[in-house]
Design a protein around this ligand. Structure first.
Ligand SMILES: [Zn+2]
Length: 237
């Protein structure tokens, strides 16, 4: 019998819910590289490594990978919520105008400014909560409109959707219940980027995995989705 030496090669595979590029090389140990800017996960493995070994290797580092990919989401922008401070809403920065002269507490945009009606004794946390309630309301409205727009185009039905603060993902989709969650932090991003996440989650109703079929559907519905993913710093969910 004659055994040929395995050749160096690169394959694409899915492990957990990660898209992983595996390069088999004449090396001794396995390595893992994660690019936060592109969301790419690359494994370099010795030539004869079996798929199970690679899968275990990636699985054992799943938490680290998620944490690494999500750093940008968790990164806190520190606002003091005082007059003149710039606050981002749907990709546009609005100067903040704090107003203590009303009883009702709310935030709203008027004349290119973000008004914050609060009490004088409101601390940072309370101010942040008022802005977040505003973000939640505006984002829920926008996402609702986007879902309505895309349902007939994609031929899917979203039964329920909501907004919540998430640390590791921009969105999630419960494929069985047709329920979509969108990250509250997306309220700072441009509508096109928000739409990318909405369409991504809705495509999961047609294909649950991040496989070739999934990306073919993304190409069909949002041909510029890759550029938008970059703007979002990689991974959607
Ligand atoms: Zn996804």
């Amino acid at each position: 019998m004659f055994f040929r030496k395995p050749k160096a090669r690169t394959i694409q595979t899915t492990i957990e819910d990660f898209q992983v590029e595996v390069s088999f090389k004449p090396i001794k140990n396995m390595y893992l590289k994660v690019s936060r800017s592109t969301g790419k996960i690359r494994v370099s493995a010795p030539l004869r490594t079996s798929p199970n070994v690679i899968e275990d290797f990636v699985n054992s580092r799943a938490n680290w990978i998620r944490k690494h990919l999500s750093k940008k989401i968790e990164k806190k922008i520190d606002h003091n919520y005082v007059d003149g401070e710039l606050i981002r809403v749907f990709g546009t920065e609005y100067p903040l105008k704090v107003d203590y002269s009303y009883k009702n507490i709310l935030a709203y945009i008027h004349n290119e400014q973000l008004f914050l009606r609060i009490k004088e004794n409101y601390d940072h946390k309370k101010r942040e909560k008022v802005v977040e309630a505003f973000y939640r309301k505006e984002l829920k409205k926008l996402v609702g409109e986007m879902i309505e727009k895309w349902e007939p185009v994609m031929g899917v039905k979203v039964n329920e959707f909501g907004i919540k603060k998430m640390k590791t993902r921009w969105g999630t989709c419960n494929v069985n219940d047709h329920r979509v969650w969108i990250n509250l932090h997306l309220a700072k991003e441009k509508p096109e980027v928000i739409e990318l996440v909405v369409v991504h989650e809705m495509v999961h109703l047609l294909e649950r995995l991040h496989n070739k079929r999934f990306y073919a559907l993304m190409d069909k519905f949002l041909p510029n989705h890759r550029a938008l993913e970059k703007a979002l710093d990689g991974k959607v969910c």
